[in-house]
Design a protein around this ligand. Sequence first.
Ligand code: S3P
Length: 441
Amino acid sequence: MTPLSSGTAAALNGRLRAPGDKSVSHRALILAALAVGRTRVTGLLEGEDVMRTAAAMGALGAAIRRSDDGAWLIDGVGIGGLAEAEDVLDLGNSGTGARLLMGVVASHGITTFFTGDASLRRRPMARVAEPLQRLGARIIARDGGRLPLAVIGAASPLPITYRLPVPSAQVKSAVLLAGLNAPGETIVIEPQPTRDHSERMLRHFGAALAIDDGPNGRRIALKGQPELKAADLAVPGDPSSAAFPAIAALLVPGSEVVIEGVGVNPLRTGLLDTLTEMGAELSLLQERIEGGEPVADLRLRSSALRGVAVPAERAPRMIDEYPVLAVAAAFAKGRTVMHGLGELRVKESDRLSAIAQGLTACGVSVAVEGDTLAVDGLGAPPAGGAEIAAKLDHRIAMAFLVLGLAARRPVRIDDGATIATSFPGFVEAMNGLGATIAPAP
Ligand code: S3P
């Protein structure tokens, strides 16, 4: 355990670069490993989750290494070319790594064993196992479809058409990745669009995809068995990581912060829309395209926020940002009501409960009714002064450290080690802006 505490900060000022996008980094390693030739990836997130995926792809036969200049070089084996891993693949804390890789190996004639940490072993995998079984894979899992589990890949996988029962980019991506080694067309229909990094990157490596929006949702058709060709790429900064310094800058009086190179893919910008509605002084500078993804520098100044209603339809575009949005809502004037948060219950922790418990302990009045969370903002700093259990959840840890920077009394979290899964160097980056986050006794 690595306890940390954050106390009231003077103004936050300066510039920082957001760490590489976690979703894009996993996909870059996986698709480059399935391409023919050498791909050079710059800006890869070197967080624990992504390093687990790198190790797993290595165990399945790809050659992956970091070069002296910090770029990552991946020598792919080609679709269908993965070899059986000699040992269990341990994906640590990473739901994305586990689910995407289950898709990849489901259409290879190999058997793969998966496990993870206590958080990942609690998370539902049946949502991925179900479509992969239709494609021909056999999956043997613990009760409730949980890890550890084995995927016995299909030697002759079938293309499937699958309508997502939950809005999940991970499930969509698992099916598309499995479809890469199936003949014919693999089709995923998503009632609500989710992040499209897999689709963008599949095209980047040369796969053919047809994407159509219809009355029943978005239809994504992948032409199976393409030859993916190595193609260098630059990973944008992660908007989900940028959210922590961004909201800290809004909450700590007298702050002005610029976060450079943040991905602003429209399927990831629900938080920016919400903060703008709350009255945040926020602007996007130097909008540009990097590595096939829209990117901008974000400038934030401390702002008096007001409570708003956040519609359920927006949830897939900001699913990882609710813990820190709820912290912003605690400082805003009036009630913020966030609808459609059912998926938060199956993240690295039950985030709906973790947010409610943590805010309550910090003196904020909250209500959870079904999938809706209401936070009664004080229009002033909340008391803070609590000890928060991080529950192996990096975003809960960072969200409450941000709260402590602007609350009346310091906040302590029981374990900050989990932050390295998505934002290595978080404490140093925040303290570089003027924050006061330190090891706690
Ligand atoms: C991710 C999708 C989201 C998100 C996760 C990363 C991805 O999960 O919460 O952090 O990279 O596809 P779901 O697709 O399960 O909602």
